[in-house]
Design a protein around this ligand. Structure first.
Ligand code: NAP
Length: 248
């Protein structure tokens, strides 16, 4: 039996990287998957690709998670296509790195708007259905730097630390209706977000990681799969670190 048979999932920022891998793993495990991303065209292409690879029903949606109307529309369109929304993965995220004294206010605001406010807006929109259904899973993709801090990423680290506070608060608020809310905190994962790192920086980072290498998107997707499925029925308000031991 597939682990997400009969479930429906909405994943943001899923046209590439970690989100795309989560969508592919969920589809392979039997879920109907809505792939939402800034570009409707790229979301549709990713949805078609996953449908062709797994045979699952998929849907591509364009949205900007920092806009409340987009979030509500994405949840409604997913529910209209699949009948319900069982699983929400808040994966869309951006970086605008700089040292604090050089960081522009707009760069602080936009990172908070997408990474933190976007997750709040999506959770709010999906929770309307999940609380009524008395079932649901919300998985927020945080980051190791939200736990450890990181020079040059004050905006990003603050947004990802905020996401952990949001996760725990939603978990407490929604637990009476059996809606489980958890976070995954990846370490350094090989995606477009980290491909800009110079070889020297990459080697230095790998030296700091007890497992001695960067992670793969599929390794984060497996943690999300655990939190989305029945195996985690008694797990809520937790942060599951997938970081090769970088932060313990
Ligand atoms: P990625 O390859 O850059 O993918 C992020 C996706 O989110 C892109 O498709 C992007 O669209 C989309 N997106 C950006 N802003 C959006 C918005 N306002 N509304 C909707 N979608 C939006 O990043 P990734 O590495 O897969 O990261 C996925 C998540 O994991 C992020 O939350 C990130 O912070 C987190 N994370 C990543 C790492 C890592 O090492 N890679 C580590 C820890 C945590 P466009 O391409 O059109 O911009």
């Amino acid at each position: 039996m597939k682990r997400l048979e009969g479930k429906t999932a909405l994943i943001t920022g899923a046209a590439r990287g970690i989100g795309l891998e989560i969508a592919a793993v969920f589809a392979a495990e039997g879920a109907l998957v809505a792939i939402a991303d800034l570009s409707a065209g790229e979301a549709a292409a990713a949805a078609n690709d996953i449908a062709a690879r797994t045979g699952a029903r998929t849907l591509g949606l364009g949205l900007d998670v920092s806009k409340e109307a987009d979030c509500e529309r994405a949840v409604q369109e997913t529910a209209a296509a699949f009948g319900k929304v069982d699983i929400l993965v808040n994966n869309a995220g951006i970086t605008k790195d700089n040292l604090v004294l050089r960081m522009k206010e707009a760069d602080f605001d936009s990172v908070m708007d997408v990474n933190l406010k976007g997750s709040f807006l999506m959770a709010k929109a999906a929770a309307k259905l999940m609380l009524k259904a008395r079932a649901g899973r919300i998985i927020n993709i945080s980051s190791v730097v939200g736990q450890s801090g990181q020079a040059g990423q004050a905006n990003y680290a603050a947004s990802k630390a905020g996401l952990i506070g949001l996760t725990k608060s939603l978990a407490r608020e929604f637990a009476p209706r059996q809606v489980l809310v958890n976070a995954v905190a990846p370490g350094f994962i090989r995606t477009r977000m980290t491909e800009g790192l110079k070889d020297e920086a990459r080697a230095k980072i790998s030296e700091l990681i007890p497992l001695g290498r960067m992670g793969e998107p599929g390794e984060v997707a497996k943690a999300a799969l655990f939190l989305a499925g029945d195996d985690s029925a008694y797990v809520t308000g937790q942060v599951l670190a997938v970081n090769g031991g970088l932060y313990m």
